[in-house]
Every structure is written in C-alpha cells, then in structure tokens.
Ligand binder design. Structure first.
Ligand SMILES: [Zn+2]
Length: 110
C-alpha cells in the first residue's frame, strides 16, 4: 500500500516503513523510524547523541476520518554530549510536554 502524502509530511525527518490498516478495529498502524541522514539530538538539551541503542515507543495520534492512528516509533537513544547522560533523541513531531502517548508501552530492541 502506498503511503498518503499527508501522513508522510506529519513525520518530518522520519520515514514510515510499514503501514497496516485494521479496518475491522477502525485503526491504522504505522511504523516509523528516523531517516538515515538525520542526526540524533538530545530531547533535553539538543546536543548530539552518540547512539548506542533503540527502543520502540507506541504513540496514539489524532484520529483520521474516524480511524484511530497508532504509531510505533523506533526511537534512538545514546550518550548525550551535553547532559553526559543516556538520553532519548528529540522527535520534533512528538510533544514531550503533552505526550500523546499517555498509554505508552516501550520495549527495548537491538
Ligand atoms: Zn542532553
């Protein structure tokens, strides 16, 4: 299935690499990861991160035409050169202050 442009533009700097329609459950599932050339920046101080891992984060987005939109983000993490701590990357389209992922489920992946 091709990916509608309005969906792609909603995830600046990230690539939708899989999409699944679960119409019986009125749900669209998207899998998103950073584009290859996108540098990872700390979500706290925006310094570069030396990535040493990734984890999956589930995000509930605004519904589209009555369908729930569930995004599984492969989020990079690593040592922040500014904070000197392990930090998750900054994701522009994900609001940290008012997370849409109040029911977030995270798992570590390699
Ligand atoms: Zn930092």
């Amino acid at each position: 299935m091709s990916i509608p442009r309005f969906l792609r533009s909603a995830f600046a700097g990230y690539e939708i690499f899989e999409i699944k329609e679960c119409l019986s459950e009125q749900r669209i599932c998207l899998w998103v990861k950073a584009e290859e050339n996108e540098e990872a920046l700390c979500h706290r101080c925006r310094s570069p991160i030396h990535c040493d891992g990734k984890y999956l984060q589930k995000i509930q987005c605004m519904p589209v035409m009555g369908l729930r939109v569930e995004v599984t983000l492969t989020r990079r993490r690593g040592h922040c050169t500014g904070c000197k701590k392990s930090r998750a990357e900054q994701v522009e389209w994900l609001s940290e202050e008012t997370p849409r992922d109040s029911h977030a489920v995270t798992h570590r992946v390699r």
